[in-house]
Design a protein around this ligand. Structure first.
Ligand code: TA6
Length: 303
């Protein structure tokens, strides 16, 4: 099914090619939005409200999507920006890794285009009934596509009690070769090393290089992070608001082989730099309050 939502053009004027939003059945016949703007293209699946693609017209894709990803109900999509909520990892007693937001089918609530060609989309997770470990709240996700990609996860606590949760925008970035990049912005920040039993350490490097599996939760940091990719000659900027944690992950060889929905060699073309509130930075949201987690992803030529 292809329904086109185009900007209105005055009679006699050539039809604007951009901006354009097309609703179609994507991989696995899952409904998705295909977005074209004067600067870029993007794709959002209603499954998990997952942005799976963002690419500026004159650059390689910014987001990484595994060629082996599943696109099926109840399964997470491997790549793009998975929404992690209401817990990170797999705490005791939880049956799914990284919560359930990324495997729910979200609803498209609003779509807007501005005269300059920016496209914004608002999605909402299906409501649930208040329960002892899951207070009644509204979850919205706002995606803005132009020369950059901005995503915002908004959680409104409608219950009569505090709501404690973790959230994270688990972003997968495309890189030329993981051995040719450096991650800048985390020097002096403490992190929990998931490969060393969550031991707390301090980052001593101004430019972090990747040469083995990395799985670190940097805590108490509002910092912007840059991914400087000398292979693609590109710098990716990860700016964030409402986030105290930054997670850096690359599965490397063994874990890549162990993941069914990830190619054995795909670790070379990706890095995860994730923005959220995890572990000691978990959120406690009082009744009636709203929590906002916002990330702006942009790129420029590597100087
Ligand atoms: O990004 C950090 C992490 O928690 C890693 O430990 C790894 O499990 C990754 O998330 C991917 O998790 P997923 O459930 O998507 O396979």
């Amino acid at each position: 099914m292809r329904l086109m939502a185009k900007t209105r053009t005055k009679p006699g004027k050539p039809k604007a090619a951009y901006p354009r939003v097309t609703f179609l059945e994507g991989r696995g016949d899952l409904p998705m939005l295909e977005i074209m703007t004067p600067w870029s293209s993007a794709e959002i699946y209603l499954h998990g409200a997952q942005v799976t693609h963002f690419k500026k017209h004159n650059e390689p894709p910014l987001l990484f999507l595994s060629q082996c990803s599943r696109f099926a109900l109840g399964e997470p999509i491997r790549g793009g920006i998975p929404i992690i909520f209401p817990w990170f990892g797999k705490p005791a007693g939880k049956e799914t890794q990284h919560g359930f937001a990324r495997i729910k089918d979200w609803e498209l609530k609003e779509m807007a285009m501005t005269p300059d060609g920016t496209v914004s989309v608002r999605l909402q997770m299906p409501e649930w009934l208040d329960s002892p470990d899951l207070p009644d709240c509204i979850l919205e996700y706002r995606v803005t596509v132009n020369v950059a990609l901005t995503v915002e996860l908004v959680i409104m606590n409608r219950s009569g009690r505090d709501f404690g949760f973790e959230n994270c925008l688990h972003t997968y970035f495309t890189v030329g070769d993981v051995g040719d990049l450096s991650i800048v912005g985390l020097k002096g920040v403490d992190y929990l090393d998931q490969l060393a039993g969550f031991a707390r350490k301090t980052e001593t490097r101004g430019a972090i290089r990747i040469s083995s599996e990395v799985d670190r939760i940097y805590v108490d940091t509002p910092n912007t992070v840059e991914i400087r990719d000398s292979s693609l000659r590109r710098t990716i900027r990860v700016e964030k608001e409402g986030s105290a944690s930054t997670v850096v992950w690359n599965p490397w060889i063994a874990k890549s082989k162990a993941m069914q929905d990830f190619g054995d060699d795909e670790y070379r073309q990706m890095i995860c730099v994730e923005s959220g509130n995890v572990a000691a930075n978990a959120v406690n949201l009082p009744p009636g309050q709203t929590a906002r987690l916002k990330v702006r992803l942009s790129s420029s030529k590597l100087k």
